[in-house]
Write a protein that binds this ligand. Structure first.
Ligand SMILES: Cc1cc2nc3c(=O)[nH]c(=O)nc-3n(C[C@H](O)[C@H](O)[C@H](O)COP(=O)(O)OP(=O)(O)OC[C@H]3O[C@@H](n4cnc5c(N)ncnc54)[C@H](O)[C@@H]3O)c2cc1C
Length: 381
């Protein structure tokens, strides 16, 4: 087993750190306060190549191997203080671009991928409904075939990027089959008749990422915008979730590294009772545990991503990776805040923001409880 990284991989991470510091952090506190999406930052990310890291050069992407993509994302997570922007970019890549690349027709790929990669279009996906979250295959949104169109009716909830999205992959029930086999997925453009979005939802964290409701009222979708076959929606959803659970959390790993560095520095300079707080074992133990969680997060993240890159299925590894990294980010953020005392609790520093943002990771892409169900189901439970 070879754990070494190539010079290129190391350089991509470094370049991502420099890029984020230079171009993504301006006015970040103000935007956080105003729940404002950074469209200029989105375009800068596209200019740097973020939206196309893993996409083929043929469509304008960089065609990088998955480990290099992950290291680049780690670099962004480390240096970019706008995690809402990074979350928007990640959702766009893993839940929209990636499934179109994998399951789209040539016509769909040529129509949508170049513009998704160069940042002209914003994408996302919509499975969750007001009454169906974890029970995703129970959704009620209906797609009825009429001539060469499908007519979609239903409501989607908590959809990342919805308020700014140009296209969304919408999951809906087709035909009479219920559950897993009854779901299909459609590429829906914001201008399609019958498509509308509600105003952005006010969430606890990820304040700079627009999240909203999607309303489909007799929404007309041309048949050619069906992604994959009728009834293949759940399999496509599972495939994108595996990718997302394997790769999205690289930005969390980067964020945890930054928190750790700041805790180590602070523990050396903050004196109480005549010595640095890092000399108290309750503080140094917290820091050591943070470091352990980062190391283990890195190992499982790289393993899950490596398996996906080999073309293997990785349902258990991606579930373990998602579960462990998201929970670790919450624990590390709590400890980082505690180590910084009242300064940590103040909004002047970034730890309370990390904590709010990290909690979302326990819910999206399938909750922690659902990841445990997946892992247990592979053990026959
Ligand atoms: C920031 C954010 C972004 C999101 N973006 C998107 C998006 O872009 N597209 C999209 O489609 N959805 C999105 N979601 C929705 C997300 O996928 C759902 O929130 C998630 O699947 C959980 O569904 P729910 O919130 O309805 O909770 P519920 O399913 O109602 O669950 C409530 C609680 O019960 C637990 N629970 C439920 N079923 C079980 C079970 N079988 N066993 C054990 N425990 C169980 C859950 O773990 C949870 O703790 C987003 C959510 C968030 C927070």
């Amino acid at each position: 087993m070879d754990f070494s990284l190539t010079d290129d991989q190391i350089n991509f991470k470094k370049m991502a750190i420099e890029f984020a510091r230079r171009e993504l952090n301006n006015d970040v506190k103000e935007r956080e306060k105003n729940s404002e999406f950074n469209m200029d930052g989105w375009k800068r990310c596209a200019g740097f190549g973020v939206q196309g890291l893993s996409m083929p050069e043929k469509y304008g992407g960089l065609g990088l191997d998955i480990l290099t993509c992950i290291l680049t994302m780690e670099g962004l997570g480390y240096a970019c203080r706008d995690s809402g922007l990074l979350f928007a970019v990640n959702s766009h890549i893993w839940t929209c671009e990636s499934p179109i690349l994998k399951f789209g027709t040539d016509e769909q790929k040529e129509k949508y991928l170049p513009a998704l990669i160069n940042g002209a279009l914003v994408g996302g996906h919509a499975m969750t409904e007001p009454d169906y979250g974890s029970d995703a295959y129970g959704i009620k949104c209906k797609a009825e075939k009429k001539g060469n169109k499908y007519i979609l009716n239903g409501t989607k909830m908590f959809i990342t990027n919805a308020p700014i999205a140009d296209i969304l992959l919408i999951f809906a029930v087709t035909g009479d089959k219920k559950g897993f086999a009854g779901i299909s997925v459609f590429i829906v453009e914001k201008n399609f008749h019958g498509f509308s979005v509600g105003k952005p939802l006010d969430m606890m964290g990820l304040k700079t990422c627009p999240i909203g409701e999607v309303i489909l009222e007799d929404c007309e979708v041309p048949e050619k915008n069906k992604l994959g076959k009728e009834g293949a929606g759940s399999a496509i959803f599972n495939s994108e979730m595996e990718w997302e659970r394997s790769c999205l959390f690289a930005t969390h790993l980067g964020a945890m590294e930054k928190e750790l560095e700041e805790c180590v520095s602070y523990a050396k300079v903050r004196h109480q009772f005549g010595k640095p707080i890092g000399k108290y074992q309750s503080i140094s133990n917290k820091i050591a545990e943070m470091r352990v969680r980062i190391e283990l997060s890195r190992l499982i993240l790289y393993k899950a991503a490596w398996m996906k890159a080999q073309g293997k299925r990785a349902p258990i590894e991606s579930a373990i990776s998602k579960l462990f990294i998201s929970e670790s980010y919450v624990e590390n953020s709590l400890e980082a805040l505690q180590i910084h005392g009242a300064y940590g609790y103040s909004t002047e520093l970034d730890f309370e923001r990390h904590l709010r943002d990290s909690i979302a990771g326990k819910i999206y892409s399938g909750t922690s409880e659902i990841q445990k169900n997946i892992i247990a189901s592979f053990l026959g439970l």
